[in-house]
Write a protein that binds this ligand. Structure first.
Ligand code: GLN
Length: 280
């Protein structure tokens, strides 16, 4: 246990050392400290020599202890920023990833009309649907998730941020009846069930149902792409986030199913991450 009068600088140094097994130890320490202080990032620099109160220090130490046990920072703060939107996060859903912002960018680059209808399958926190609706308030955006707790969380985020999206509980298309969309997007579970990375790091604390899929991670792509045909307007787009090694096989599957104009985009790290296909 540290002494009772750490400055902010000392608190970050102490916590970074405690969390050294995390590959983002210093960032984790700063985010958790700001959460305790309830302040914006600039506060750390402006007030680096100010001291924590006893209560603040106790709370900070408790959070660092949980982080050392492996709990994701987003679960400890209850929040993660995605597309500059502060989204509430719960253990029942996937924590939004920076990689998924690539999907948002790719959809925006399509320069679709003002009045299109968009469906986000497996919306989780609502990240993709909310980001796209925030950029295009005139789009009709629906987000669905099989998990009721995720639907409630996404609705909460929508109200908190004042972004209009309709969120529904639906097992892929089960509650969509015969509705059609100009674009269907999804970041479905796509990790192979045997992937050893599932036993490491933050993913251990996320629901497997949001991470893994049968058939080497491809089963949900297959199920969605098959059903999406009857829910896409003519020329409509199907957009998937996928694993960095899945692009060639996914393109093959989509071609077999009759999709056209298949195009893959890279994420910020240069990995093939998002595939678009059209139903013509
Ligand atoms: N990209 C995520 C990860 O690697 C997986 C997300 C998903 O399965 N949709 O942890």
């Amino acid at each position: 246990m540290s002494n009772n009068s750490m400055t902010l600088t000392q608190a970050i140094a102490w916590a970074s050392e405690q969390c050294e097994s995390s590959d983002s130890a210093q960032l984790d320490a700063k985010v958790l400290l700001l959460h305790v202080l309830k302040k914006p990032q600039s506060y750390l620099y402006a007030w680096s020599d100010s001291k924590l109160t006893v209560d603040q220090q106790q709370l900070f130490e408790a959070l660092i202890e949980r982080r050392k046990q492996g709990y994701p920072v987003a679960h400890l703060t209850g929040e993660r920023e995605f597309w500059s939107l502060p989204l509430s996060v719960r253990p029942s859903t996937l924590i939004p990833r920076p990689d998924t912002e690539t999907l948002v960018e790719v959809v925006l680059e399509l320069k679709l009309d003002d009045n299109i209808r968009l469906l986000d399958l497996g919306t989780g926190t609502g990240a993709i649907a909310l980001a796209l609706a925030s950029e295009n308030p005139s789009w009709q955006v629906i987000g669905v998730d099989r998990v009721q707790d995720a639907v409630e969380l996404a609705r909460y985020n929508s109200e908190k941020l004042g972004i209009k999206v309709e969120f529904l509980q639906s097992n892929w298309f089960s509650a969509i009846s015969d509705q059609q969309f100009d674009i269907i997007v999804s970041n479905p579970p796509y990790i192979d069930e045997q992937d050893p990375h599932l036993n490491e790091g933050d993913v251990r604390f996320e629901p497997l149902s949001a991470l893994t899929a049968a058939t080497n991670g491809f089963q949900d792509f297959i199920d969605i792409a098959k059903s999406a045909k009857k829910h896409l307007t003519e020329g409509g787009y199907l957009v998937f986030e996928h694993g960095y090694q899945q692009a060639p096989k996914l393109a093959e599957l989509l071609t077999e199913m009759g999709y056209q104009e298949i195009d893959c985009h890279q994420d910020l790290a240069g990995n093939p991450r998002v595939t678009i296909a059209r139903w013509l």
